[in-house]
Design a protein around this ligand. Structure first.
Ligand code: 2M8
Length: 443
């Protein structure tokens, strides 16, 4: 796995940090969207664009709206917002798996550009609302008015096509949909997916050419990712009958918290547009109620994913379980339990102010400080949890978490993720949402 990387040093003054963030976003800007990373992820990613729009709103608001508008131009007729929108100008092989594997053009109701067929956590309505609040001018209001029906259709797709268990929650059909690709939360459901690491010999992974293989998912993970994509694609990306045989069906607390938070955001957007927000509020309440009923484990006092193939909660205590804090109507008892979990040695928020929020339980035997979503610290997750802490009246903890995130970038630059103890920068060194969310944290 190699030596533990050390911090290399980023700017330490706030103006220097801001300049670095803007320069990173500018360098990743591509006509009408921002790439997460020029090397690792050179196309447009769905939830990246939402986080990135929040950052653009602070410096170039018109780009925030272009970012979201270009993403929603790739929305499918059924309402799904694809998790990757491919840039046709890039050479074949710029990213794996590319358009030749997804074959979106073969499906009816897909846009003219190539896309994936999966979704990601729906944080876009929240992003649009925050972008507008930051820059509440007529151009922003017009953009919000254009986006609103698309954001509603995105929610409708999830509510109507992805409620596989009929319990009011959205089911993800691939770990990539969670955004936390190789989280230990998916180990159990992934173990049931039939695949052999040897499959990867037939492909050329692109990520390991740009990032240390020891900091990325394994070949066996990738073989399973491909097997699940193939199953969904060969089913025409149709969501009927998923329960009958799709190899990966999981209700994720972060995805569903984003789904509920989106209805809260849509209620506020609707009010701004003079539309009755009542239906959004009703739906938001239902999501929170379903999350508590289906994904809360009173035994551990945490939210956990539910594997629909076994109908059991997954035992791993990952940072996914803290995400319901972003729901303003989460009952006080559950908020208290999550705050206790966040402050525990597992996550250490504000107990050790100098330690960043990890993505997995630090005390778990499968905690890996360097490997992607199995331990390292990511700014989008810290940013969401901080919002949750502010929403529920925990300003000191929120301030500690904010400080820890700013320190990470000051210590290492706008990296994709960070070693949760040393703060060393990992993955892409010029990552879009790190830059964007830093701008938001500094505002
Ligand atoms: C990562 O996911 C992609 C697949 O979608 C990959 O590993 O190639 C994840 O970190 C995901 O959350 C993120 O949206 C994407 C682009 O930054 O990269």
């Amino acid at each position: 796995a190699g030596a533990v990387p050390t911090r290399t040093g980023g700017p330490t003054d706030l103006a220097g940090l801001r300049r670095l963030a803007v320069a990173t976003l500018d360098a990743n800007w591509e006509h009408d969207h921002t790439v997460p990373s020029r090397t690792l992820y050179p196309h447009q990613w769905s939830w990246d664009s939402a986080f990135i729009a929040v950052g653009w709103a602070h410096v170039r608001p018109e780009r925030a709206w272009q970012e979201l508008t270009s993403l929603f131009r790739a929305q499918w007729a059924d309402g799904r917002v694809p998790h990757i929108v491919f840039n046709p100008a890039l050479r074949v092989g710029a990213y794996f798996p590319g358009p030749e594997l997804w074959r979106s053009a073969d499906v009816e109701g897909t846009p003219t550009m190539d896309t994936s067929g999966l979704v990601q956590p729906p944080v876009h309505a929240l992003a649009a609302l925050l972008a507008y609040r930051r820059a509440p001018d007529p151009a922003g209001l017009a953009a919000l008015r254009r986006l609103y029906p698309a954001l509603v259709a995105q929610q409708r797709y999830l509510a109507e096509r992805r409620d596989v268990a009929g319990d009011g929650l959205v089911c993800v059909v691939h770990p990539w949909e969670s955004g936390l690709d190789n989280s230990p939360a998916w180990d159990e459901p992934m173990a049931a997916v039939d695949a052999d690491a040897a499959v990867m010999r037939a492909y050329r992974r692109h990520d390991t050419a740009h990032a240390d293989a020891a900091h990325r998912p394994t070949d066996l993970d990738y073989a399973r990712y491909l097997a699940i994509v193939a199953a969904y694609r060969d089913h025409g990306y149709a969501d009927r009958d998923l329960a009958d045989g799709h190899p990966f069906l999981v209700e994720c607390p972060l995805f569903n918290a984003a789904f509920g938070a989106a209805e809260h955001a849509l209620a506020e957007i609707a009010a701004l547009l003079g539309v009755d927000p009542a239906a959004h509020r009703v739906r938001a309440d239902r999501v929170t109620e379903a999350l508590v009923r289906r994904l809360y484990d009173p035994g551990t006092g945490t939210f956990q994913p539910r594997d629909l193939r076994t109908d059991r909660l997954v035992g791993a205590r990952t940072v996914l379980g803290l995400a319901p804090l972003i729901l303003p109507d989460l009952p006080a008892r559950h908020v208290d339990a999550l705050v206790a979990e966040a402050r525990s040695p597992r996550f250490g928020v504000a107990r050790w102010m100098d330690r960043p929020l990890p993505t997995h339980d630090r005390t778990a035997p499968d905690f890996e400080a360097l490997r992607y979503w199995r331990g390292p610290s990511w700014l989008n997750i810290g940013w969401l949890v901080r919002r949750g802490l502010l929403t529920h009246g925990r300003p000191e903890l929120a301030a500690g978490l904010r400080r820890s995130m700013i320190d990470l970038v000051a210590g290492a630059g706008c990296h994709e993720y960070f070693h949760p103890d040393t703060g060393a920068g990992l993955g892409s060194p010029a990552f879009g949402w790190t830059a964007a969310l830093l701008l938001d944290l500094l505002a």
